[in-house]
Design a protein around this ligand. Structure first.
Ligand SMILES: [Zn+2]
Length: 499
């Protein structure tokens, strides 16, 4: 993972959190039109009919702008175009039967969740590729997933290469033009492909701390033997501190430790995808990328019964080619905006970063929040359930974080109530939208979505979640109200001035 560290350090000043909102352009249009209208305002003083006509004209302008604004998704990080969003519930997983014993819903707020020793649960590993190897692409399931993708909507970005050290090669890529929104080179989070939503990379609300742990579930060092640092260690700690989090699972780790995945779901933690063998995904061919996603989604569904709509690229290595494939397989990309680099501490699979350095990161973030300099937005913070060092560090800082920040899963701060395709799991959100909102997403597996279902998925997905879709509906209603109000005004004006 050495290249990653160097990459992040060298790119740290290039954080590009693009905040250009399509609403701004509408605002500019409104200002321009109102200014243009105001130039002729003196005329009505001399001509009532002209005045009424101008009211009519202004009504039309406002109604048009309102209608246009109402079509803009309400939440941040949404696409600016109404292009096709091919996200549907994965039909190629419809034949996967979840193991017995899984929960069917999120535990209610404040409810006690399971802790302690995990049951012995195994998945038939013969049904899966070799753990931690790049999975083959010739299985029936992977081929079905490949066939379900509209490849005309996947950009032809080159498959990237790595040098002998495993470090990505950036030679020849124009980071300034950044044609494929390649995060590893530019930290780009706003895709150039118009139907893709922005990556989720922070919590919008200042003071929020989006708690995430990658690389789990943490298996025992020796399979089948007790390991005090393996799961459920971290999950029990979270339960004891009444804390939920977002987990990004490696498929290979789920295959060898499905009981941990079941526990996480039962504890109310949110599960997302983190690939099968943890490669830099831009080094994977299209078919290999599909296989990485397919096998991870499949093993998570078999172990836990859920199908995530979220994933995080290992090392953050994603471009629009990979985003497009992930999106068409039902997942939105989640990155981060604060990185603990905890994976690089000494430990199994770790590096040589001093734990004191990681302590310094946490202390710095806490101090910045306390002294008021961290007030622009909330954060999504990258931590790991990788080994005893990362779990220890997580446990060391969580209590202090809880007294400083509003520590929440990513979906909660992003007001995404349904992170899975299954309908039974509705998580709390900050705006409490889950209490009143239903989703228009296609929730049942469907082999070939109709244009109607694609559009329905687009409506919901473009808003990133059900709450945004609902908010968009509300805005749409408001837009119609505005149209109606100004139509009435225009009619009244017309009657008054005998137009
Ligand atoms: Zn990872």
């Amino acid at each position: 993972m050495g290249w990653l560290d160097l990459c992040r350090i060298s790119k740290i000043t290039q954080q590009m959190y693009e905040r250009i909102s399509p609403k701004n352009s509408f605002k500019n249009v409104v200002v321009f039109l109102l200014f243009f209208f105001s130039l002729s305002l003196p005329l009505p003083l001399f001509s009532p009919n002209m005045f009424a006509k101008q009211i009519l004209a202004l009504s039309t302008i406002v109604a048009m702008v309102s209608a246009q604004s109402s079509s803009v998704p309400a939440s941040s990080g949404t696409p600016t175009s109404s292009g096709v969003l091919a996200q549907t519930s994965p039909a190629w997983l419809s034949t996967v039967t979840p193991m017995a014993g899984n929960v069917q819903a999120v535990p209610s707020a404040g409810a006690a969740v399971p802790t302690g020793t995990l049951a012995a649960v195994t998945i038939n590993t013969a049904d899966y590729p070799t753990p931690w190897e790049v999975p083959p692409t010739n299985s029936t399931g992977v081929q079905a997933a490949i066939a379900a993708i509209d490849w005309t909507k996947v950009p032809a970005a080159p498959v990237r290469t790595a040098n002998a050290n495993g470090d990505l090669t950036f030679t020849g890529y124009d980071a300034n033009a950044d044609p494929y929104c390649w995060w590893s080179d530019s930290n780009c989070v706003k895709p150039k492909v118009d139907y893709l939503p922005s990556d989720i990379y922070n919590c919008p609300k200042p003071g929020d701390w989006g708690l995430t742990y990658d690389d789990g579930p943490l298996n025992p060092a020796n399979p089948g033997q007790a390991d005090q640092w393996a799961e459920p260690q971290l999950y029990d700690f979270l339960a004891a501190h009444n804390q939920k989090a977002t987990l990004f699972y490696i498929g290979s780790n789920v295959l060898t430790f499905p009981a941990a995945g079941q526990r996480a779901l039962a504890d109310g933690l949110t599960i997302c995808v983190h690939t099968w063998s943890h490669p830099p995904m831009t080094t994977q061919t299209n078919d290999q990328a599909v296989a990485q996603f397919y096998w991870t989604l499949r093993v998570i569904k078999e172990a836990t019964g859920i199908t995530p709509k979220c994933w995080r690229p290992p090392y953050g290595d994603v471009d629009d080619r990979i985003r497009s494939i992930a999106w068409q397989m039902g997942m939105r990309t989640i990155i981060w905006d604060e990185d603990t680099n905890d994976w690089n501490m000494p430990g199994t699979g770790g590096g040589n970063l001093s734990p004191n350095t990681v302590d310094g990161y946490f202390q710095g973030w806490i101090s910045a929040r306390q002294n008021g300099t961290d007030n622009a937005s909330g954060h999504v913070v990258l931590e790991h359930e990788l080994n005893n060092a990362t779990v220890s560090m997580a446990e060391k800082w969580l209590p202090t974080l809880q007294t400083t920040f509003n520590v929440v899963p990513v979906h909660e701060c992003q007001n995404i109530s349904q992170p899975y395709w299954e309908t039974g799991f509705i998580y709390p959100t900050e705006d409490a939208s889950n209490a009143t909102t239903t989703t228009s997403m296609s929730l049942a597996p469907s082999a070939a979505p109709t244009s109607a279902s694609v559009n329905a998925a687009s409506a919901a997905s473009a808003g990133a979640d059900a709450s945004a879709a609902a908010s968009g509906t509300a805005k749409s209603a408001a837009g119609k109200l505005a149209v109606g109000a100004f139509t009435v005004a225009a009619v009244v004006a017309g009657a008054m001035f005998n137009l």
